[in-house]
Ligand binder design. Structure first.
Ligand code: GLU
Length: 394
């Protein structure tokens, strides 16, 4: 018998995204006619704003259906640069910007451009699974620094600095964080930046949820990095969560021009550029009225407060109040036992199949014993989902 054909060795330590797997499971059950409430997928339930859709239709009518420049159309790169100048006061121009097919491709391009065999890249967990897997796909080793639920999943400068070795080439931070909703303190980031200033270590900040902050906490993390380590900083952002544009696939990288050019070189051999129509839609999103963002944020805040209230009242769940993004991430270990469900994965599966509520198990984020519930679902659905979960648990 011939040997079975094998996969590339890089796949030995890379697995399919578990957050994406929940999406698939929900879709399969819905196709069978099962009424699922989906608190699993991390995506806005709001429709894409009307003026954004209209810009895409106009782009098609105007014939913007051909290749664009690799790093993106000039007005969009300028609009992205203007967003970071205006919001955080940092100096940047279109030469710093590469438009990507989603924040995920932005992070992926950065990992491919900056990291390789023998390098270590630090990130914090619980965290979004693609960050670690992209580091592995680039051939580097991911070093996970754990944040604690008892400390509100705060990313501490000291814990990261202690994880640095001579092989460390990068640190990937995500704030507001997926799945915890935690935001990194400016003071901690400042101490971290001071600790790596002048060393061959990149600081990459994933700002995908930057517009979804619910309290008055300061969050000028780009400003902190720009003042301490401008030449070592890479920011990654996205239109997906701010403008309810997940399916359009539009993200971006903001980096020193030579690094932006390297990220564009990587991209030029994969997707070339983000979809032309999407780029016109994203331009309308960034330059048009921002009231849609405010309305969505206000609604998410109301939902967060309600969901946190219900969960806090049930002492089988231990919950930290998230400051941003649209997830709650309770510790459910009190619900687990050898008689079953034994793990948070088992519990998530039981909730899906028996309570018809999709949630994402903590295992997806390197945090067994937790569940992630997205509140990017209507209040009515959240009510019904919580009622179903309570019925199932009793
Ligand atoms: N970022 C979202 C989530 O965590 C979408 C899924 C993904 O692309 O990983 O659910």
């Amino acid at each position: 018998m011939p040997e079975p054909l094998s996969l590339a060795r890089r796949l030995d330590r890379v697995s399919a995204s578990q957050t994406q797997q929940v999406l698939l499971a929900v879709e399969a059950l819905r196709r069978q006619g099962v009424d699922i409430i989906d608190l699993g997928a991390g995506e806005p339930d709001f429709p894409t704003p009307e003026h954004v859709n209209a810009a895409a239709v106009e782009a098609i009518a105007a014939g913007h259906t051909k290749y664009t420049a690799g790093p993106g159309i000039a007005p969009l790169r300028e609009a992205i640069a203007a967003h970071y100048r205006g919001r955080y006061g940092i100096e940047c121009t279109p030469a710093h910007i590469v438009v990507t097919s989603g924040g995920k491709q932005g992070l992926s391009n950065v990992a491919m451009a900056l990291f390789g065999q023998g390098d270590e890249v630090i990130t914090h967990v619980p965290g979004w699974p693609s960050i670690v897997e992209q580091i592995h796909l680039a051939g580097a080793d991911a070093v996970r620094v754990r944040t604690a639920a008892e400390e509100g999943f705060d990313v501490r400068a000291d814990s990261i600095l202690e994880a640095i070795t001579p092989r460390t080439r990068g640190i990937v931070l995500n704030s507001p964080g997926n799945p915890t909703g935690a935001i990194m303190r400016e003071s901690e980031l400042s101490r971290l930046a001071e600790g790596v200033a002048g060393r061959h270590i990149w600081l990459i900040l994933d700002l995908c949820y930057e517009q979804l902050l619910y309290d008055e906490t300061p969050h000028n993390l780009p400003g902190v990095l720009a003042s301490r380590v401008p030449g070592q900083t890479v920011l990654v952002g996205s239109a997906s969560k701010s403008y309810a544009m997940t399916g359009w696939r539009c993200g971006w990288i903001l980096a020193p021009p030579a690094i932006a050019a390297a990220c564009n070189a990587v991209q030029s051999h994969s997707t070339s550029h983000a979809t032309s129509i999407t780029q016109h839609a994203a331009l309308a999103a960034l330059t048009g009225p921002q009231t849609c963002v405010d309305l969505m944020r206000d609604e998410y805040r109301t939902r967060r407060d309600a969901l946190v209230g219900w969960i806090t009242a049930d002492d089988r769940f231990k919950i930290t109040r998230p400051a941003g993004a649209f997830y709650v991430f309770p510790d459910v270990s009190a619900l687990l036992s050898p008689e079953g469900p034994r793990t948070s994965s088992d519990l998530a599966l039981a909730l899906l199949n028996d309570a018809h509520v999709a949630v994402t198990p903590g295992e997806a984020f390197d945090a067994p014993g937790f569940l992630r519930m997205s509140y990017a679902a209507s209040m009515e659905q959240l009510h019904e989902a919580w009622a179903r979960i309570q019925r199932y648990l009793s």
